[in-house]
Each structure stands twice: as structure tokens, then as C-alpha cells.
Design a protein around this ligand. Sequence first.
Ligand SMILES: CC(C)(COP(=O)(O)OP(=O)(O)OC[C@H]1O[C@@H](n2cnc3c(N)ncnc32)[C@H](O)[C@@H]1OP(=O)(O)O)[C@@H](O)C(=O)NCCC(=O)NCCS
Length: 220
Amino acid sequence: MDSEDQRLVVIMGAGRHGRNAADIFRWMNYPILGFLDDTKERGSKVVGVEVLGGFTEAHDPELLRRAAIHVAIGNSNIRRALAEAVTAHGGALCSAIHPTAVISPYAKLGDGLFIAPYVRLASQCTIGTGCILDPYCTIGGDSTLGPFSMLAAHCSLVAGSQVGAGSFLGTHVAVLGVSIGAHSVVGAGSVVTRDLPDNIRAFGTPAKVQGPADWSRPPV
Ligand SMILES: CC(C)(COP(=O)(O)OP(=O)(O)OC[C@H]1O[C@@H](n2cnc3c(N)ncnc32)[C@H](O)[C@@H]1OP(=O)(O)O)[C@@H](O)C(=O)NCCC(=O)NCCS
């Protein structure tokens, strides 16, 4: 792979999230080779970027040689499955990180992240692979966000908070140094004052468990 080729990006998903990722790669001055999306016509354009084909094109060794892949799908389970298929085929995941994000050099970052404008990541926080952090999220020191989780805009994990893999926190959720399990959904505006388990749906101030998480419909 020559150094020119290494800078190309292919975005999987040309929906709302994919369009936001394209904006960020443009702000980063990364050339975008195209989108992959099963629901869009090959050769069509979305925000001026060509749709190269469907998701399975991301298994093409020639494409993976030319470009790194950014998976821009809001649903955590689908995002994980697509990302894992890319890496299983030898591809590299790349992150979309807006230049206004303020990231400690001591933050530990996974691959394939989406980090929106004005995100703040404090020293020695850990962000797992494939996470999405929308605008104005703040992650305090020694906090951990598990892989393929998503924080909607204005979420705050105060220092020492833990969120398990594949969880979704709605907009304006505050986690006060406690733990949320894996694959859980926390509703918009909640204040999480006590640990929450895996696979639940919770909301309120303080956040209370309402029942099991329902991943058959998107929490967004
Ligand atoms: C929590 C959530 C996932 C839905 O949970 P749900 O149990 O399926 O909720 P329903 O829509 O069936 O509503 C059930 C009740 O809970 C209430 N409720 C729903 N979400 C709530 C929230 N975040 N905070 C407080 N109450 C909430 C509803 O008002 C309703 O009350 P009612 O029975 O008195 O009318 C959803 O409301 C939510 O907050 N999603 C996050 C949205 C978001 O931030 N998106 C970011 C964009 S990327």
C-alpha cells in the first residue's frame, strides 16, 4: 500500500449517521473514496459522495488495500457485525474525529470511532472500538465506554463511570461515577445515580429500570 492510498476512506452506511461522518472526514481533510450501502443505488451520490456498492464490497481485498473503513451505522449490533467482518477480512477501521474534539493524549482510544464536534475526553478514560460520541459529550478521567456503545449529544460520564459494550445513552444523560451494564438503553435526560445491569431499559432522575432493552426498535 502506498502512502497516498492509505489516506482514502470508505464509509459504510449512507444514512443520517453516514452523512455526518462524511462531514467530519471532510473537516479532517481525508479524501472519501465512497459510501457502501445496501439500500442505495450503486453509482448514485449522497452529499456529493459516490455509492460504490453494498456492504459486502467491504470484504473485497482490493478495496481494503486502498481504503480504511468507517462503519457509520447507529444500531450497535449491526455496527459491530459490519466492523468485525471488515477486520476478519484483513481491513482496517478508521475513526472520524472532529478537529474541535479535545482529547487527552492519555485517553485510550479504540478503532473506528465517531467523535463529533466539541467532545471532551479526559486523561485515562478508555473508549472501546466502534463507539459513537455525539456533540458535546464529556467523558471524565478513569471512565470506560465499552465497544460499540453510543452516547447521544450532551451526555456526561463523570470521572470513574463505566458503560458496558453496545449500550445506548440518549441525549443529556449524566452518569455520576457509577456503572451501566452491556446492551442497555438509558432514556434521554436521565441522571444515573446507581449501577444499572445489562440488557435493561432505564430512564428518569434518578434513572430506574423500566424493563428489558428492546433492540428490535431503535432507541433513537
Ligand atoms: C427511553 C426510550 C428509549 C423509550 O423507552 P420506552 O419505555 O419504550 O418509552 P415509551 O415511548 O413507550 O414511553 C413510555 C413512558 O415513558 C415515558 N418516557 C419515555 N422516555 C422517557 C425519558 N427519557 N424520560 C422520562 N420519561 C420517559 C413516556 O413519556 C411514557 O410515559 P407515559 O406512560 O406516562 O405516557 C426513549 O424515550 C428515549 O429516551 N430515547 C432516547 C432518544 C434520544 O436521546 N435520541 C438521541 C438521538 S441520536
